[in-house]
Design a protein around this ligand. Structure first.
Ligand code: ADP
Length: 654
């Protein structure tokens, strides 16, 4: 008895896209089906090692066949198969998060009306089984799980429903039959019904698959006479079973036999990426620990890299047998963007996830891989700086996080990989470059935190440094100041924020001068401090301002940026950076303050409060009472205009 079932909504959308696809790369359907078959065999084999109910197989294989008259193509594996429930769950709904992402992307492209892009994004996601419908108008899946006594047949034309019924199948595994569509205009499906095309596609996409991909291939053979001599011009067809893939996993090959292109293809296929990686690494270690590894750094960060849902980790194999997909113990958290796999003979096959965590071999491999990766980044930085900059823009935050997360333990291995924007350089620079270009007498590495270079350039606190021609690192990532704090110094040069503490820019003579000025203006400064009691810890004459009247700086401890970051955290504490108001003694405003101080204490209070609010706003910190700020501002404007009126009146009398 057969049942008609409905595809889930998302599946319908995806199927609809497949059926109506004008995508040129339809050939990927074969890659997807072979990859599923290979996964299914992996699963069977892995389970058979521990589950005695599963018979051990002598031979795993993926068998391909086609029938050009019927226009069908079949792929058969002796893998894990599917139970009735699995069949519905895996083929009736979208199992893969990648496919959902793909659907959203398509929608996005549609909204952007960028149709041309549509063509190319199917390949990006590896949409799996449903890609069959790009080439077939009917698909039949016959499958048997070793955990089910019955076998089932799924068939569908890819429209709203599919049919499930029992069928005869003795052995575990899955057989999928595609009924190719009719040729239409430029869409030629007949080409898939040929030995050479299938051979070509297997080589191109699935050569590394560990199991033999077999097919009966016919060959034209020259006829022979009774003496065994070849007869000229006479041929007949002979068929023989051929293994189409070389099977040696890429990572088991000789490093020198593997081209960059092969690595890139492997990466795209294995991790369903559509772009080449930014760099790939072939690691082959023999010694106290032995392992082979392929590592890749993507060009772009996945959209969910920083979410809790993102699972970091490398695929783990032992002696070529797949063990698990995301072994997170192989890669530190800060390198979570790295993709790849490790194959080692040093761990046992049925190791549990819990045991892996404590496994010393795994730890050693992880340490060794981390070192190799950092070496590769160093190489990239030195030899391909442009690529390195692109890498850093995408993943630099992670390296900074690595310094922070290790409480500085990793600083020596990471500090030279950091890049920063800076005030005086178009290109990003390393800390080494900064230090090498420090001006004579400059003792510190100065940095400024703000949302962009433009914002930094406008910061009043920069005045004096600009005047001296000092370069300033520009920090725009939230993690930046935390990482800098962990670094502490770079080759004994301490870091200094432009709006924190003292800038230490003055020579002895200048210091004396400013001290004298401080004494002289003490009553005014005290009065301002008194007026801002509880809001700032101090009011000082500034040594960092040149043309701006006022600025806010923080004390030595927490900075304003840190305060902002901490405020965003859940259960944020009420911790605040110490606020110090600095006033430029050479600015006209200072003279105005002195005047007001002499006449009215009330007015001075208003001025003080306005000054502080301005300084806060310039720091991007919300002021406490915007209404009051606005009112005081209005009052001042009215006052200014009426005193202008008075002046006008006076001049009229003259
Ligand atoms: P993916 O393979 O990436 O998960 P697919 O849409 O290709 O996505 O397949 C969905 C699921 O169907 C697979 O995860 C697997 O559980 C099941 N499946 C597909 N092909 C086979 C097969 N040949 N043997 C067993 N299960 C399969």
């Amino acid at each position: 008895m057969s049942e008609i079932k409905e595809f889930k909504t998302e599946s319908k959308r995806l199927l609809d896209l497949m059926i109506n696809s004008i995508y040129t790369n339809k050939e990927i359907f074969l890659r997807e089906l072979i990859s599923n078959a290979s996964d299914a065999i992996d699963k069977y084999h892995y389970l058979s090692l521990t589950d005695e109910k599963l018979t051990k197989e002598d031979k795993y294989h993926i068998f391909l066949a086609y029938d050009s008259k019927e226009r069908t193509f079949t792929i058969e594996d002796n893998g894990i198969g599917m139970t009735y429930d699995e069949l519905n769950e895996h083929l009736g709904t979208i199992a893969k998060s990648g496919s959902l992402e793909f659907l959203n992307k398509i929608q996005e492209e549609k909204d952007n009306k960028d149709e041309s892009e549509n063509l190319d994004i199917i390949g990006q996601f590896g949409v799996g089984f449903y890609s069959s419908f790009m080439v077939a108008n009917k698909v039949v899946v016959e499958t048997k799980s070793p955990y089910s006594t019955k076998a089932y047949r799924f068939s569908s034309t890819g429209t709203d429903t599919y049919e499930v019924e029992e069928c005869n199948k003795e052995d575990h595994g899955t057989k999928i039959t595609l009924f190719f569509r009719e040729n239409k205009d430029e869409e030629n499906y007949d080409e898939f019904l040929s030995d050479w095309k299938i051979k070509e596609l297997v080589k191109k996409y699935s050569d590394y698959v560990r199991y033999p991909i077999e097919m009966f291939v016919s060959e034209s053979v020259q006829d022979k006479d009774e003496n065994g001599k070849e007869i000229e011009g006479k041929y007949h067809d002979e068929t023989h079973l051929e293994v189409l893939n070389s099977m040696i996993p890429l990572w088991k090959k000789n490093k020198s036999d593997v081209t960059k292109e092969q690595l890139n293809d492997f990466y795209k296929q294995k991790f369903q990426e559509y772009e080449d990686p930014s760099t790939s690494l072939f690691v082959n270690v023999e010694g106290l620990i032995s392992y082979n590894s392929l590592l890749f750094i993507p060009k772009k960060a996945p959209y969910n890299l920083y979410s809790d849902k993102y699972e970091r980790g490398l695929q783990l194999y032992t002696k070529g047998i797949f063990i698990m997909d995301k072994c997170k113990d192989l890669i530190p958290d800060y390198l979570r963007f790295v993709k790849g796999l490790v194959d080692t003979s040093d761990i046992s096959l049925n190791i549990s996830r819990e045991m892996l965590q404590q496994d010393r071999q795994i730890k050693k491999i992880a340490t060794s891989l981390e070192k190799k990766l950092l070496q590769e980044l160093e190489r990239m930085k030195n030899e391909e700086f442009k690529e390195y900059v692109s890498f850093f823009k995408e993943f630099g935050v992670n390296l900074k996080y690595g310094i922070y997360e290790s409480y500085g333990a990793r600083k020596d291995s990471l500090k030279d990989l950091l890049l920063y924007k800076s005030l005086l350089n178009e290109e990003m620079i390393t800390l080494k470059q900064y230090v090498e270009n420090m001006k004579e007498g400059q003792e510190f590495i100065y940095y400024a935190s703000n949302k962009s270079k433009e914002a930094v350039e406008a910061m009043p606190q920069l005045d004096a440094l600009k005047a001296k021609g000092y370069d300033v690192l520009i920090l725009t990532d939230e993690i930046d100041e935390f990482a800098i704090e962990m670094l502490g110094d770079y080759n004994e040069k301490k870091f200094k924020s432009i709006n924190q503490g003292d800038l230490d820019l003055l020579n002895e003579e200048e210091k004396k001068k400013i001290d004298a000025l401080k004494d002289e203006k003490k009553p005014l400064l005290d009065a301002l401090k008194e007026a801002l009691h509880g809001k700032v810890s101090d009011v000082k004459v500034s040594t960092r301002l040149v043309s701006s009247p006022v600025c806010l700086v923080s004390g030595e401890g927490m900075s304003f940026e840190m305060e902002k970051v901490l405020k965003q955290m859940p259960n944020s504490s009420d911790l605040k950076a110490e606020r110090i108001l600095e006033i430029n003694p050479n600015h006209n405003l200072f003279k105005a303050l002195e005047k007001v101080y002499e006449t009215s204490n009330e007015k001075l209070k208003d001025y003080a409060s306005l000054l502080l609010d301005q300084a806060l706003l310039m720091e991007g910190i919300m002021i406490e009472n915007p209404q009051e700020f606005s009112k005081k501002m209005c009052d001042l404007m009215i006052l200014a205009s009426s005193s202008n009126e008075e002046k006008k009146d006076e001049s009229a009398i003259d």
